[in-house]
Design a protein around this ligand. Structure first.
Ligand code: APR
Ligand code: ZN
Ligand code: ZN
Length: 382
């Protein structure tokens, strides 16, 4: 199979290209030839240039998080608009765009609220894996294939709703900015928007992967004096320290629960704690690690489908605040382009979060790196 070529002649036609198909969970993705239909009204077809591999994609592959399969995963992409459907006005062919899982329809209750960013057109929390008209634009071996979170970036071409396509600076380097579609806003925004980390504060970040690293960048930018990073993989510590973590802890090196260690280290618990792993156990640890009276705990990680978080309510009665956020509370089409500009002005060190780059066809190697804990963020190049 040869990579698909971009040409004006593709407009209005089916594009045949390569994509990584998840036929079922607990099985490797397989690179296959797929047919990508032209965009319908309100839709955009995009040539994908780069895509990060996120922990959430891995949760699907490992089966802890559910989405209809077969599907084309990937939800952290950068690309160029190939063609647009009827009525699309915010992007045109040739525009550089980010492909994000969180839409901004600008019409729903969340979008119209000053702070809300969980657009009601999302397909994240109970994913159906289809376009809003209930159909799919992907076919493989004669079978319809689902999309993922309305995004699907592990393919040379994808079709998305205009409301999830973020037009960005023409000068943005597309090989790097893909992670500004998920990891960076998710983590950075959790610190600066959701927790509103204050100068001089103590923060604790559970999980030092791509998302946790972005939390560290946000805490540092907000002026945190101490940032404690927690991970069971000590291989993550060197890069975390370079990003701004002041103390690294491996819970497996302690006999007592890590929250007790944090409370002792900080005197009375941290000002702000963040969970960027996605297990119930670490969510409870993050909650109990923050100060009982004024601590703020932000849940970022995606927990297994249908799991329940339980803790003694007294943990909140003392005054703790437990919060969650989606993509760091950014309204995607309004705010993500500004983050890209901040990156280009060197205000956010996005590049340091990317530890590996691989050609798209080596996607299996990319997931191996994530699963074996050898990468922070691996970016696929198309
Ligand atoms: N205790 C501490 N650290 C842990 C534990 C644990 N019990 N389990 C896993 N980790 C660490 C891993 O070693 C890894 O460094 O958590 C980190 C998770 O990072 P990634 O796998 O790179 O995942 P990431 O893309 O950062 O996503 C983190 O945020 O958006 C969500 O769905 C995503 O739940 C996921 C979380
Ligand atoms: Zn993600
Ligand atoms: Zn909306």
């Amino acid at each position: 199979m040869k990579p698909a070529k971009l040409s004006v002649e593709t407009t209005g036609k089916v594009i045949i290209c390569r994509a990584a198909i998840a036929w079922r969970s607990n099985a490797p993705l397989s690179i296959e030839e797929v047919e990508v239909d032209p965009p319908k009204a309100g839709e955009v077809r995009i040539k994908v240039i780069s895509s990060g591999i996120c922990g959430t994609d891995n949760h699907i592959i490992e089966g802890t998080l559910k989405t209809p399969l077969p599907a084309i995963l990937g939800h952290e992409g950068a690309g160029v608009v190939e063609s647009i459907g009827e009525g699309v006005s915010s992007v045109k062919p040739g525009d550089k765009v980010l492909l994000t899982a969180v839409p901004q329809c600008r019409k729903c209750d969340s979008c119209l609220h000053a702070k809300g960013n969980c657009c009601l057109k999302e397909d994240i929390f109970s994913p159906v894996g289809l376009m809003l008209d209930g159909t799919s634009r992907f076919t493989c071996r004669g079978r319809k294939v689902h999309n993922f979170f309305g995004t699907s970036t592990f393919t040379e071409y994808t079709v998305m709703h205009e409301i999830s396509v973020v037009k960005i600076n023409d000068a943005a380097p597309l090989e790097n900015v893909c992670i500004i579609a998920c990891a960076i806003p998710t983590g950075y925004g959790a610190a600066v928007n959701t927790a509103q980390v204050t100068p001089g504060s103590t923060c604790v970040v559970f999980g030092l992967g791509g998302v946790g690293s972005a939390v560290v960048l946000g805490c540092k930018a907000a002026g945190a004096a101490r940032i404690i990073g927690i991970d069971i993989n000590e291989g993550k510590f060197a890069r975390a320290k370079a990003l701004g973590v002041t103390d690294c802890l491996n819970p497996r090196n302690f006999k007592k629960p890590i929250q007790e260690v944090v409370v002792e280290m900080t005197g009375f618990g941290a000002d702000f704690t963040f969970e960027a792993i996605g297990t119930i156990e670490t969510m409870v640890s993050a909650l109990e690690s923050c100060n009982l009276s004024y601590g703020v705990c932000v849940i970022i990680g995606s927990s297994p489908t249908k799991s329940q978080l339980s803790f003694d309510p007294i943990k909140l009665q003392s005054g703790r605040i437990l919060k969650g956020c989606l993509l760091g509370e950014y309204k995607t089409r309004d705010h993500i382009p500004l983050l890209v500009n901040d990156y280009m002005k060197k205000k956010i060190d996005v590049d340091s979060v990317i530890s590996h780059k691989l050609p798209f066809i080596k996607i299996k190697e990319g997931f191996d790196l994530l699963q074996s804990g050898k990468c922070i963020r691996c970016v696929l190049l198309f």
